[in-house]
Design a protein around this ligand. Sequence first.
Ligand code: NAD
Length: 452
Amino acid sequence: MENKLNSYNPETFELLGSVDITNTNEIDKIVEKSKQAQTKWAKLSVDERISYLQKAGEVLNRRSQELAKLLSQEMGKDFNRATGEVIGCANDIIYKANEVKNAIKTQVFDRHGVKTELQYNALGVCAVISPWNYPMAMAHWVIIPALVAGNSVVYKPSEETPLIAKEYVEIFQSVLPKDVLQVVFGAEDQGKALVKSNVNLITFTGSKDVGKNIMKNASDGLKRLILELGGKDPLIVLNDANIDRAARFAVASSFENAGQMCTSSERIYVSKEIEEQFIQRVITYAKNYQVGSWNHPDTDIGPIINENQRTIIRKHIKDAIEKGATHHLGDINRNDSFIEPTVLSNVKDDMLVFKEETFGPVVAISSFETINEVIKRANSSDYALGASIFGRKDVDIVATELDAGMLGINQGNGSIGDTPWVGAKQSGFGYHGSADGHRQFTQPKVVTRRNR
Ligand code: NAD
């Protein structure tokens, strides 16, 4: 049996390297070792744990150029974006770690002579299962709080990006006590085996369908879950919006990371009154975007990660055109690893590009006539990760009614500062980031005592 997981450059299909696939029979043993390591790790003070992680941050920083190159080659995004991802991870370790430290401090309550402590103890072994689109950041965002809170981690990176995961893990392993962070390489089978193993918490970032399967498989042990799933974010442009700014954002947010971003604007609803002007501005901005190789200085949009994703994106574009959408931009006959920046208008709710996650560089525009209509249509999706609204007078009415975990008004949405990265409805639950989010990596324990 082939026991190597090969990693290919998504643009050139060149073999970049390989890792050993973890035998599913080994996973219980890995988790057992993790449990033993965790017992000692949790006994260290938070400051001691942070000092280990700080050293890893220094190595990440020192090696950022080389790591960014590998990340680009393996995932396809351009070198600047990859560098931003690596340095972002390196630099936020201490900030994040201190946030976690504050969030998990024991709280003491004193009432009628009865003292109550609210402790935030480690949960145990945390499984981290990640996607490929931000191959370092998506794992890092949960590995850091998990470790600072005193858990050990078994990490299952995406099968698309094992090489950058291997480097990341080895850097942390070079500074951490043995087995505090371990890695499992493979795909669905390894993910399933990890979920069914004796882990205490599963933090999963990925698609909705896999999230549902994980929830089912985790139910036996009633394992704790943090699920950061897909999105189908609406962008609503009201009749009194700054059209130029809204169009610029629509394009940037639809094309970022080649559209392979969970909070990308996937459904754009523009007021009929300004539709034509908006579309023209969108086309103007979209024409500035170029597909290309990771190491080309003009590249905005890299290759799509694999053939499966390209097939989905092409199918959505074709379905929209066949059902009557207007196709303004993007060569649909291109047959290599890229999808050209695409602009569609006159999109209808029954088209795939408005119903399912497209995850590609597509600006899909539809018009609306009333506020009530657009709220209803925007909320018709099972997903509710992010949403954005551009406009003035009615912005707050729409904001109050929209289903979303993160909402941007006249700008993008996302977690800024000490707020969580959070989805609503079927975009997940059990968020991370913020004091509440950090505490989800802990088991609260309430200890009540009298003084005698
Ligand atoms: P995916 O769900 O196909 O895979 C994610 C991970 O799960 C991979 O490591 C994969 O090997 C593993 N896996 C697959 N089947 C499994 C199973 N049955 N049990 C356990 N693990 C299993 O997702 P993907 O294609 O890697 O990533 C794209 C998806 O991730 C999109 O839906 C995107 O919206 C979502 N995403 C969400 C966020 C967020 O913060 N909400 C961030 C990034 C990506």
